[in-house]
Design a protein around this ligand. Structure first.
Ligand code: OTD
Ligand code: ZN
Ligand code: ZN
Length: 352
């Protein structure tokens, strides 16, 4: 495959990590994703969080009614529950029976609306036991939250202090290390031994494949490039791009597209989150193209995610074209506006 390639056809991808919020703004956050992806793992960090099957079902119904009013068919939201210190083991059985796709572990205080998250993972051991038994994946926001730990080190410390002990105690539990940002995480997931079963994987966002931490400070502070886990040094970006394009089935697409109104980002305490959904596939194609690995995009974007979740692969095909797409400086978001990633610039690839 040469660098001069200008079109690529692939099985339609899914987004294995997505925030679409709730209420008035959901419609605006959903349309961009549903145009490109067949399915998405819907994050449960609403306020209050989606902690039970009943809450997840009600949220799913609101998503479906928005899809209907947008006239979108053929997009499936995959629902998740927010793990807390008080989640009951019975709820996991119910979740499995009701088709909930996964549970999400937010260490308390790690990111937007994570205050109700887990304070001590040991309190969740009964729940994790049942998850392991029934094959329910655990999605982890992999950062420690202790204020003494430097913000750029929180992911690497999480691996040693939380993830590795957790995997020792629950060797058969399926874990997705979400939105990895460091070479330590890339190496950990690549090299983890799993006694034959496919029990560990990682999602990678487009911003962490395309930008390093300089992008937060280029010519002045850039709140729209601020997300959590925060962008890291160039050596980490290179390591992520390397594993994402290596054809390793443990790495797959998850945008972590996380919309916040323009005013909430451009503020003295701006919210974390990049809105990448506008042309997420174009961003990924650009990243893979930058290292001449477009031939590896389809497995990363469309195959390894459903394989890990034991879901069927999609069958519909889409085409991406190398044709610069202008990104609007802002777009509607309920009564407010939102500034997409790369606002006012171009993205080299887009959906045909
Ligand atoms: N923002 N990162 C995450 C969530 C959000 O706004 C959000 O919901 C995350 O880590 O999942 C982030 O920057
Ligand atoms: Zn997260
Ligand atoms: Zn997220």
């Amino acid at each position: 495959m040469s660098n001069s390639q200008t079109q690529i056809e692939l099985i339609q991808p899914d987004d294995w990590h997505l925030h679409i919020r709730d209420g008035d703004v959901m419609r605006d956050a959903l349309g961009d994703t549903a145009r490109q992806f067949a399915r998405a793992i819907i994050m449960p960090n609403l306020n209050p969080p989606v902690t039970t099957v009943d809450l997840a079902k009600a949220y799913q119904a609101r998503i479906e009614s928005n899809l209907k009013s947008l006239g979108i068919n053929g997009f499936t939201p995959l629902m998740t529950l927010y793990l807390t210190d008080n989640t009951l083991a019975d709820e996991i059985q119910r979740a499995k029976a009701e088709g909930i796709a996964a549970l999400k572990l937010y260490p308390a205080g790690a990111t937007t609306n994570s205050d109700a998250g887990v304070n001590d993972i040991k309190r969740c051991y009964q729940v994790l036991e049942v998850m392991q038994q029934v094959g329910m994946p655990l999605l982890v926001h992999g950062e420690v939250t202790h204020p003494d730990v430097d913000i750029f080190d929180r992911e690497a410390v999480f691996i040693d202090q939380v993830l590795e002990p957790l995997r020792k105690d629950f060797p058969e539990l399926k874990i997705v290390f979400e939105h990895i940002t460091t070479k330590q995480a890339a190496q950990y997931v690549r090299d983890a031994s799993t006694s034959g079963k496919n029990t560990i994987a990682a999602t990678i966002t487009p911003q962490h494949l395309l930008m390093n931490r300089n992008a937060i400070f280029a010519g002045g502070i850039r709140p729209h490039n601020y997300c959590l886990p925060v962008l890291k040094r160039e050596e980490h970006r290179i390591a992520l791009l390397e594993v994402a394009t290596s054809g390793n089935l443990r790495f797959f697409l998850g945008t972590d597209s996380a919309p916040h109104a323009k005013g909430a980002k451009e503020s003295a305490r701006g919210c974390a989150g990049c809105y990448s959904a506008f042309n997420a596939l174009g961003l990924y194609a650009e990243a893979f193209d930058s290292v001449g690995k477009l031939n590896r995009l389809e497995t990363f974007a469309s195959f390894y995610g459903p394989d890990f979740y034991s879901l069927p692969r999609n069958t519909k095909k889409i085409t991406l074209t190398k044709k610069a797409q202008n990104i609007p400086s802002e777009q509607p978001f309920g009564d407010a506006t939102i500034v997409p990633l790369r606002a006012g610039e171009t993205i080299a690839w887009s959906l045909s």
